[in-house]
Design a protein around this ligand. Structure first.
Ligand code: 5GP
Ligand code: MN
Length: 342
């Protein structure tokens, strides 16, 4: 048995929203990761099992190839590519479910279409400080992944028996990717009760690991080597590593969405490195990924310097000032955080 963490009124609220809806759109964030895709697809499969006929999953931009095996992934609508169709579904949906993000800024160009939708909105997420745009906000930052929340919600609504292998695989993927294969943010014992449940439904966790983590392209692997050999800067006095990648460099390695996923974690394997930053140029913006171990608040750094946010140990943001200026800002401000943290 897992404990009842989610407030009963929220469970009831969600149940009512789901019962009252006939057309549902489920949305994940920009740069969708395993937890975004996993929680959206698990919810899609679940809603179909309770009889909803019009259920669509949408994400703002492409998701990585290493998630393409996920059950239902071929049905995901990428807003960038299918804008008119997505707008039409969003215009008519009577329930919009926002999964794994806390602010409409995180869905980029989809924001206006979501705001314009006149149906109900439900936010289901594990990031701090949810924005106040939804009718129902189910926000539990202590959850390891939004997938954990989705699993718990399905159970609490009384539908545990409907969780089948596709749903279980989606849930497991989100748990695995948001915890770096259970290497951070994964000390809650109940997480392993959930894993045990989904494995009993047939989840082959070793296969999912291989699909997600042993599925890199040759170019992506070389990009990783390039980052470590040529691009990693270490600031030993601040226990920090920094990697920056320009668009030209990414092109050299035939960049695909998702190729830089996980690279920010690599320097943390170095003894004495507790804070890592990856900056990636993408059009007119710089995408920043931050990771830490221990008490160092990456979300604070993301909010202060890069108009972003996230969790304590994994956060991100953006800069519009170019790679050089973003790098300079990061290096200049690093001592502040080091001194603050001691
Ligand atoms: P990643 O480095 O994998 O892109 O993002 C790690 C985490 O940082 C995400 O799960 C999300 O919580 C947060 N994050 C990433 N980019 C942004 C951003 O631009 N704004 C905000 N508020 N959070 C972000
Ligand atoms: Mn997540």
């Amino acid at each position: 048995m897992i404990s009842k963490i989610i407030d009963e009124s929220l469970v009831e609220g969600l149940k009512t929203l789901v019962e009252d809806a006939s057309s549902v759109v489920i949305i994940g964030h920009m740069g969708p990761d395993g937890d975004a895709i996993g929680s959206c697809l698990a919810t899609m499969h679940f809603l179909r099992k309770v009889g909803k006929e019009s259920v669509h999953v949408m994400v703002p931009n492409a998701f990585p190839d290493f998630l393409a095996w996920m059950p239902g992934a071929d049905e995901i609508l990428v807003y960038e590519d299918k804008t008119d169709l997505c707008n039409e579904y969003l215009r008519t949906a009577d329930l919009v479910m926002c999964l794994d993000f806390n602010s409409l800024k995180r869905i980029g160009a989809m924001e206006n279409a979501v705001r314009a939708n006149s149906g109900k909105k439900a936010l289901i997420d594990h990031h701090l400080y949810p924005e106040d745009f939804a009718d129902l906000v189910i926000s539990y930052p202590l959850m390891a992944a939004s997938c954990e929340l989705v699993f718990r919600l399905i159970c609490r609504m009384g539908y545990a028996a409907l969780i089948d292998l596709p749903i279980a695989e989606c849930i497991y993927t989100g748990l695995m990717t948001d915890t770096g294969n259970f290497s951070y943010n994964s000390n809650n014992a109940e997480l392993y009760v959930i894993i045990s449940e989904v494995m009993r439904l047939g989840v082959d966790k070793d296969r999912i690991y291989r699909n997600v983590f042993n599925n890199y392209s040759y170019h992506r692997m070389r990009l990783m080597g390039y980052c470590l050999y040529k691009k990693m800067q270490i600031f030993p006095q601040y226990h920090t590593a920094l990697i920056t990648l320009s668009e030209a460099e990414l092109e050299q390695f035939h960049y695909h969405p998702g190729d830089t996923e996980g690279i920010v974690n690599l320097p943390m394997s170095i003894s004495g490195i507790y804070f890592s930053c990856l900056m990636r140029e993408e059009g007119d913006k710089i995408k920043i990924s931050l990771r830490s171990q221990g008490a160092f608040p990456t979300n604070q750094v993301a909010a202060d310097l890069f108009n972003g946010g996230g969790h304590l140990n994994a956060a991100g943001g953006e800069s519009r000032d170019g790679l050089e200026a973003a790098t300079r800002l990061f290096i200049e401000r690093l001592p502040d955080y080091f001194e603050r943290q001691g």
